[in-house]
Design a protein around this ligand. Structure first.
Ligand code: G3I
Length: 377
């Protein structure tokens, strides 16, 4: 059979690539779709492999939609299920874009994550107005109930609360002084989880945060704070099922991944929680070289180093990159990220901007295989 014309579910697969220059990891199968896809290798390792997506990109770019359906077992919306997207007005819920993602996921037999029911960066302007702010608790409960009921049956896991820890704010437990903390109440996290569970008892409820990956004092403190938070929730009988490690990691960052991350995973596992790597990508701003193959090699090595530690714990059940192609990475698009090298597009993800696999793709796939081999040895 001509492997370049392999058919997947009736759709011609992407052409088999040549091996990216500099690639030095394990098995070098060049087939990247079907049995060679990330999702297929992940399944063998008892993992779900997936990506964040923007729904308008899925709709406007069929090659992208095909890549996502070929590689992913699970998807999550970058933005479409955040407060700002779902609640243009107090009186209105706009489920249009979220529903389109449900349809895409169902059509392609994928699972779907919900992101997110409470995040300090997604607070609609109308709720900050005096009259609404006073009723923030009631609006919060109503929002979570309505949204979770609407999507019930379609959601593998909700990021119920996102990024609630910020020790430098000086609050007890290292809590971030967010709009929700200050206006719903300091118990807003418990409230969010209890409300979500009542509205969708089948979804796995996740606390998701960043800055817990590295062997440095700041990340060590953040790990401690998250552990305290989720331990407390367990003791209070709050329905929490998983912790998300965002995994926005960096090339050329000192410290690396090791015992701190492994111990963190073991503590979460001991609490009976699942762990999802929810937003994996590698920011390569600090790589001095402009040579693409040098950069790609270093980025892939960071993927491999991180996944070697993270996938060492069986509580880790899913790996999602924050989009799958450099064309749509948040590190190149949007005002939230200040690039150190604005003229140089980042190569943070497993596929390049033309949807060709990079060394990072093979590093991910080999990392899944290494976990599978460890299990079967
Ligand atoms: O859709 C508008 C467009 O109409 C407008 O012309 C353009 C002008 O800048 O903005 C577009 O909206 C942007 C949106 O992304 C869609 O791409 C927003 O400004 C921009 O703020 C928004 O950024 C998102 C960011 O969260 C803030 O919500 C990123 O796409 C999204 O990837 C990012 O995701 C977060 C996770 O939710 C939490 N963890 C960190 C992660 C990265 O910041």
């Amino acid at each position: 059979m001509d492997r370049r014309k392999l058919m997947i579910q009736g759709v011609a697969a992407l052409a088999v690539p040549s091996l990216p220059k500099g690639y030095v990891f394990g098995e070098k199968s060049l087939e990247i779709s079907g049995a060679g896809s990330l999702r297929s290798h992940a399944r063998h390792a008892h993992l779900l492999s997936g990506s964040a997506v923007r729904v308008d990109d899925l709709q406007s770019n069929s090659e992208y939609a095909r890549l996502v359906s070929e590689q992913c077992d699970i998807v999550v919306a970058h933005n479409e299920m955040k407060w700002v997207a779902l609640r243009p007005k107090r009186e209105t819920f706009d489920f249009h874009w979220g529903d389109l993602l449900v349809q895409f996921a169902r059509k392609n037999k994928m699972r779907m994550r919900g992101h997110t029911l409470a995040w300090h960066e997604s607070v609609p302007e109308w709720i900050r107005e005096d009259e609404n702010r006073k009723n923030a608790r009631e609006l919060f409960v109503n929002h979570i109930t309505t949204v979770c009921r609407h999507f019930a049956g379609h959601i593998h896991s909700w990021d119920v609360v996102n990024e609630a820890i910020l020790p430098k704010d000086g609050e007890p437990g290292g809590m971030r002084k967010s709009f929700w903390y200050e206006n719903v109440g300091t118990d807003y996290i418990d409230l969010a989880f209890r409300t979500a569970h009542s509205a969708d008892p089948k979804a796995k409820l996740t606390y998701n945060d960043y800055g817990v990956e590295y062997e440095n004092a700041e990340d060590a403190e953040r790990r401690e704070r998250v552990l305290e938070l989720v331990q407390g929730m367990r003791q209070r009988g709050v329905p929490i099922h998983a912790v998300g490690i965002q995994s926005h990691i960096k090339a050329e960052k000192a410290g690396g991944f090791g015992k701190g991350l492994a111990d963190y995973l073991a503590s979460l596992q001991a609490l009976g929680l699942e762990v999802y790597l929810t937003e994996l990508d590698v920011n390569e701003d600090d790589i001095a070289s402009n040579d693409v193959s040098i950069r790609d090699t270093e980025i892939a090595q960071v993927y491999a180093d991180f996944l070697r530690v993270a996938l060492g714990n069986p509580a880790v059940k899913a790996v999602l990159t924050w989009d799958i192609t450099d064309r749509f990475t948040w590190l190149n698009n949007g005002p939230t990220h200040k690039k150190k090298q604005p003229e140089r597009p980042q190569r943070a993800l497993p596929f390049d901007r033309d949807f060709k696999p990079k060394q990072a793709f093979f590093a991910m796939r080999d990392s899944f295989d290494a976990r599978h081999q460890k299990k079967t040895r």
